[in-house]
Write a protein that binds this ligand. Structure first.
Ligand code: ATP
Length: 258
């Protein structure tokens, strides 16, 4: 990990109407790591991710990408730098999977420019690594929730953005696909990508994330190394459940109880 975070959040505050959803968010995300974003329902994880890619803009504070305020970057440049895999992958319109994944190349094309051979190779690669090549000629609306999640990840990979934000990308996946996605993210991390993933499965997060940011009612409760973030007392304070750690041959697993 490098000293200068590729993604830095300074005193971020965000409200919708008079509902203050995020307040005093300050944290940095270093390159080449998987950063977990954890917190109870409604704690602000999706809202923060949306603020980090400028779908929504904070009213207070700023977001710096490679040290530059992201408001100073063009939308095109920002889309080349940051991509978001949204939680809800359903679309209001029908589009073929291959065309949907190809949308990931738009930030790299000029207006009305056709896909080049290099773009098509990248799309092919994104379909392959996510195991979604078999769906390429199907309308995305006809896929299951889990299949659509994988296709959304393929679109994100096609952007080649160095920062990948994922909003609960494993929520609709069966356990085998969950592990495959987390292994895929590990490979991307090892290749130098910065990954910020909101995730409810604390056990999976404990196993795969390098750092963790714990949100509670729109504020940061903890931001730092994952091992400390999953301390029993901390989980109890944030989620109001007890937790035990058990050592397995694959590392530490968490066991929850009320
Ligand atoms: N479009 C919106 N309009 C008004 N309030 C919203 C909107 N989106 C989110 N909120 C509110 O912001 C708060 C945080 O929501 P958010 O979806 O960011 O939480 P989350 O941590 O991602 O939750 P979950 O784990 O359930 O997905 C909630 O109180 C929610 O009701």
């Amino acid at each position: 990990m490098t000293a200068q975070p590729i993604l830095q959040v300074e005193n971020l505050g965000f409200a919708i109407g008079d509902h203050q959803i995020l307040a005093d968010i300050s944290c940095g995300f270093e390159t080449g790591a998987i950063h977990g974003l954890i917190g109870p329902n409604g704690s602000g994880k999706s809202t923060l991710l949306r603020n980090l890619c400028r779908i929504w803009e904070p009213q207070q504070g700023q977001v710096l990408i490679e040290g530059r305020d992201y408001r100073r970057l063009s939308r095109k440049t920002l889309s080349q730098m940051v991509t978001l895999v949204q939680q809800d992958t359903r679309l209001d319109f029908s589009i073929l999977v291959s065309d949907f994944v190809a949308m990931g190349r738009h930030p790299h094309l000029k207006r009305l420019q056709w896909l080049r051979q290099r773009d098509m190779d990248i799309i092919e690669q994104a379909l392959q690594v996510t195991g979604t090549t078999v769906f390429r000629n199907r309308p995305i609306n006809e896929l299951s929730g889990g299949e659509a999640q994988l296709v959304s990840l393929a679109r994100a990979l096609a952007t080649e953005a160095p920062i990948i934000l994922l909003d609960e990308p494993t929520s609709a996946l069966d356990i085998r696909h969950k592990l495959e996605i987390m292994d895929l993210l590990t490979g991307l991390r090892d290749a130098g990508k910065t990954i910020l993933i909101s995730i409810h499965d604390l056990d999976l997060a404990r196993r795969y994330c390098d750092t963790v940011t714990l949100l509670q009612q729109g504020r940061i409760h903890y931001h730092g190394l994952a091992a400390k973030g999953f301390a029993k007392q901390r989980i109890k304070e944030v989620f109001h459940v007890g937790v035990e750690e058990i050592a397995t041959e694959h590392g530490v697993s968490l066991l929850f109880y009320r």
